[in-house]
Design a binder for this molecule. Structure first.
Ligand SMILES: [Zn+2]
Length: 145
């Protein structure tokens, strides 16, 4: 079970759902979160920041290194490592996958009562099409899907 929580970006207009692989890092390691609308407030620093489709995550790298080393992770800890390995990144492929997934299920719910096999097939097809669109848009986590 991975710790999950949501975080509002610096300007307060958007919320991202976060996931913490193996529960090693804590929410405090994410020093700041910038959405595409408030990213200009960030002073870009590749030593502690990672960018994903206009969003910027700023990490407490020293804190992350300490916590990961305590748990036996010996790899070089960089912002890209924290993000791409899922130690502190989106829940799903983007900041808002949770809502997208919930909306998809809500939309197809009537079909589930009419025709379950077709519902399951449609659900799978639509989700795969969604993931393909994220991949095309350049979302980092979707590139590995
Ligand atoms: Zn914002």
């Amino acid at each position: 079970m991975c710790l999950q929580q949501s975080r509002t970006c610096q300007c307060g207009r958007h919320t991202a759902h976060l996931n913490f692989y193996d529960n090693i890092l804590s929410p405090a390691i994410l020093v700041a979160l910038y959405c595409p609308e408030c990213r200009r407030q960030a002073v870009w620093n590749e030593d502690c920041m990672v960018e994903d489709c206009g969003w910027i995550m700023e990490y407490d790298l020293e804190g992350a290194r300490f916590l990961l080393r305590q748990r036996g992770v010996t790899a070089e800890v960089t912002p890209a490592f924290l993000f791409d390995e899922g130690y502190l990144s989106w829940q799903g492929f983007t900041p808002h996958d949770l809502e997208v997934n919930a909306a998809l299920h809500r939309r197809l719910e009537p079909l589930s009562r009419e025709d379950l096999p077709r519902y399951l097939k449609t659900l799978k097809e639509e989700w795969l099409a969604y993931v393909a669109s994220l991949k095309a848009a350049g979302w980092r986590k979707a590139q590995r899907a």
